[in-house]
Each structure stands twice: as C-alpha cells, then as structure tokens.
Ligand binder design. Structure first.
Ligand code: B12
Length: 252
C-alpha cells in the first residue's frame, strides 16, 4: 500500500472514531505529499461520515459519536479549504447560503460553499438554524442572484417552503433563484416546494448555480473559468464525480 493509500485509510478510520488530531495530522501530510485535496475529501473523509451515519442509523453510534466525527472532519476541511478556493478572478455571482431553522448540520453546506467559491462565486454564509425572517433580511441586504437552502432532517425540510413563502410575502421571490439540498432532499421534494433547483452534491451544486445564472441572463463563461485555479477546480469537480461513485464501494 502506498503512503497516499495509507493516509486515506487512516483518515477514514480516524474520522470514524472522531480522532481530530490524527485527522489534521494526516491531512497535513497528504497536502505536503501533493495529494489531490478533492481525493482527500471525497475519497476518505466523506465516505467515513457516511459510515458514521449508517452506524447511527443502526443504533451503534449516538449523537456524541456523530459530533466528534463531524468535528474531526471539520479540522481537515479548514486545511483543505484554501487549496480549493480560487482567489483570483472577479466573482461571477453572489450566493447567500444557509442551513434552515431547527437544523445545525453544516458540513454539506460548507462543502458547497467551498466548491462554489472555487468556481468564482461570492458566498455570504448565514450559518445554521436560520429563520425565514433572517433569510428575507439577508436577501434585502446582500441582493444575491442565488439563495441556497440546506436541510439534513426530514423535520426541517419544510422550512424550504416557509423561506420561499417569506420571500414571496416580502416581494423578493422573483429577484432570486433558489436552490435546495441536503441528505434527505430529492428533486421531487424541491419541485413540490417550488424551489428553482436541487443538487445532490457540491459538484452538481456548482453546475446548477451556473445554469441558474445563465437562465437569469448572466454570462458565467468569464470569471472563474479563465483562471488557472478554476480550471484546475473544474478538473477536480470531474474527479470528484468519479470518486463519489467509487466511495459507495469504499474499503474499510
Ligand atoms: C454529522 C452529523 C450530525 C452532526 C452535525 C455536525 C455538523 N456541524 O454538521 C450532529 C451530531 C450535530 C448531528 C445532530 C443530529 N442529527 Co445528524 N447526522 C450527521 C451525519 C452523520 C453526517 C451529515 C454530514 O455532514 N454528511 C456529509 C455531507 C458532505 O453530506 P452530503 O449529504 O453528501 O452533502 C452534500 C449534499 O447534501 C449537498 N448539499 C448539502 N447542502 C446543500 C445545499 C444546497 C443549496 C445544495 C444545492 C446542495 C447541498 O451537497 C453536499 C456536498 O456534496 C448524518 C448522516 C448522513 N448520512 O447524512 C446524520 C443525520 C443527517 N442526522 C440525523 C439525525 C436524526 C440527527 C439528530 C436529530 C440526532 C438527535 N437525536 O439529536 C440531530 C439533529 C440536530 C439538529 N437540530 O440539526 C439523521 C437524519 C434523519 C432524517 N432523515 O431526518 C441522519 C441522516 C443520520 C441517520 N442515518 O439517521 N448530526
């Protein structure tokens, strides 16, 4: 087994048991060895969190175990983020992102933020547990082209609809396109609440955001795409898609 493979295996195992210091250390080593940050993310860290979710579902893990695993992953994300975010070009659009009211899951949203920023979008992140009135206020304040709502619980998904209704009441619904996502969300659910788009993962979120910008009449061929960093990211996005397919068969 190569050192790179050992690092990925170690990242998977240490994230699973929430050993944050080891996860940070291995991530740092992987970066120094020139490993692809997207491979670290989608080839090791995310499959591990998926396994955490499975263990929670079958009653082997409880909330504290989920929490330490998430914290371990976040330490690694802090190191990977600067490598994935394009710092060069003018923003190609502004996105206000948030996790809906009652929901504190933010890893999926944060990954979308990183990938969107990497493609040249400016992100205003409102954080977690964001109330509909805060969505309205932020839309008035920041005047984004796009809004992104994240929900990871079937009990909080209905807040997509509440947010959309609050935007409509404030006369703002037609000024923005709204995309939604999160583990339990489907295209059908997104359609049923009247969102403008759904994406199952961060690379699809980037494609969706760009498509929605085009639908609104913006030219997104400039900005993110003309810098070296962004085209590297575009290649990365393709790699992610391949890795995400593989991650379903991740070996322990
Ligand atoms: C880590 C975790 C936690 C952590 C969250 C820490 C954090 N800072 O995020 C903690 C411990 C706090 C937690 C708490 C709870 N959790 Co939890 N959690 C998870 C876990 C294991 C991983 C979630 C995650 O981050 N995944 C990694 C990311 C990368 O996921 P992803 O879906 O691939 O993300 C992509 C897409 O969703 C998409 N996307 C995401 N957001 C958006 C937004 C837009 C706009 C777009 C376009 C796309 C998009 O792009 C992302 C990137 O590729 C999941 C299991 C799972 N399978 O999801 C359970 C899970 C979501 N939790 C669950 C539950 C039940 C809870 C609790 C209710 C437990 C409890 N009894 O208290 C609480 C609720 C707390 C609350 N009020 O929010 C259930 C939800 C069941 C359901 N269907 O409702 C799950 C599915 C576990 C399970 N299998 O039962 N949890």
């Amino acid at each position: 087994m190569s050192r790179e493979e050992e690092i990925k295996k170690g990242l998977y195992e240490h994230t699973l048991v929430g050993e944050a210091a080891e996860v940070v250390e291995l991530t740092q080593e992987g970066i120094e060895l020139g490993m692809d940050p997207l491979d670290i993310l989608f080839g090791a860290l995310i499959p591990s969190l998926q396994e955490v979710g499975r263990l929670f579902e079958i009653g082997e893990y409880f909330v504290p175990e989920m929490l330490v695993a998430a914290r371990a992953m976040q330490g690694a994300m802090a190191l990977l983020r600067p490598l994935l975010v394009d710092k060069g070009a003018e923003p190609i659009g502004k996105v206000v992102m948030l996790t809906v009211k009652g929901d504190v899951h933010d890893i999926g949203k944060n990954l979308c933020n990183i990938m969107l920023e990497g493609e040249g979008f400016e992100i205003v992140d409102l954080g977690v547990n964001v109330k509909p009135e805060e969505v309205v206020a932020a839309t008035q304040e920041h005047q984004p082209q796009l809004l992104g709502f994240s929900a990871f619980l079937t009990t909080t998904m209905p807040f997509f609809k509440s947010n959309l209704a609050a935007l409509a009441d404030a006369g703002l619904r037609d000024s923005v396109k709204v995309m939604v996502g999160g583990a339990p969300v489907t295209q059908e659910y997104a359609d049923s609440v009247g969102a403008d788009g759904f994406a199952p993962d961060a690379s699809a979120a980037v494609r969706l955001a760009k498509q929605l910008m085009v639908d609104m009449g913006y030219d997104v061929s400039m900005g993110g795409d003309d810098s070296e960093g962004a085209s590297a990211l575009a290649r990365g996005v393709q790699a992610v898609e391949e890795l995400m397919v593989k991650s379903g068969q991740h070996e322990e």
